[in-house]
Ligand binder design. Sequence first.
Ligand code: PMP
Ligand code: GLN
Length: 380
Amino acid sequence: PESKLPEVGTTIFSVMSALAADKKAVNLGQGFPDFSCDPALPTMVTQAMADNYNQYPPMPGMPQLREQIAAKIKSIYGHAYDVNTEITVTAGATQGILTVLLACVHVGDEVIVIEPAYDSYVPSIKLAGGIPVFVSMELGADGYTIPWDKVKASITDKTRLLMLNSPHNPTGSVLSVVDIAALTDIVRDTKVLIASDEVYEHMVFDGGRHESLSRYPELAERSFIISSFGKTYHVTGWKVGYVTAPAALMAEFRKVHQYNVFTVNTPMQVGLAQYMNNPAPYLELPDFYQKKRDLFRTGLANSRLRLLPCAGTYFQSVDYSAASNMTELDFARWLTTEIGVAAIPVSAFYKQGKESGIVRFCFAKQDATLQDALQRLQNI
Ligand code: PMP
Ligand code: GLN
């Protein structure tokens, strides 16, 4: 049959992880921790299974988990989402994002995407029949920023939705209050909806705060906000996340959700709900990852890899142009094969594969893994 996604191949994350395994390289490519989660968490999940939480949960998710999510958002960001009508548990952020797009985007609608963009956004827009409209972030001395004048200029009467991601994969940039003010001005008096991918919400460094759109009523009223337990609790393989939105938007979301997954596995929801009683794990996360960021940055400070700013996420991007003029994909392959450290080419996050001489490393690794990688990277 004619492909619905002719330009799509295997994701860069799978490709680089396979190459890293083949070459026995330290895998700083695909974003996932190489350390264990808190053992208390799987204990709660296995207990939930033993307690026979093994049948379908309610379609929007287990009530106790939705209650914990609502309480967390209220306590950190001050917004009170209704537990019954405004929160849905998803099979990771990826399913949440696709479901938002399928629920909102009509054939021919335009969706604004800020590049570099996480790789699932554009295929998901296309599956919904939408047309991606690209605005590139600009790289200056302070790192990557969104040119809001260009976002404004790209809004037409066909614009249905704006996709945002902060803290941002792969650049590590975070939205500031100045960005929020610009965004608020731009969408006011429009019907543009927002999908805000906040999966790295608990990884903002240097005392900064995460500007969740849920903090801002004027933005929250038109936003779907997406998060993932995989990032926050070091369990990327569990694929459990959630989406929040005002009730009218969430009602549309659930029409699609009930037919693409219906529900997400019960025992993990029960275990996660119990685990969320203690806020310490996510409150301690910025400090935990900031130490790893600093270890990694310090180790590269005297290398030929130029460190770009990293205000959030567990990704550090570097400009390698002083070391090589290879394309990003070739350089990432060379790093994996010859130096023994896998990375992700940032060109993979651009529609046209734009080359900037930058690759991304993931520092969600044990200190010993980072030390090993740093030793190898001295050889560049
Ligand atoms: N959005 C971004 C920006 C991500 O980095 C990721 C994880 N790689 C996801 C979404 C997907 O999250 P999940 O694994 O929960 O589907
Ligand atoms: N989000 C992770 C990353 O950016 C990878 C997820 C995936 O492999 N699809 O590395």
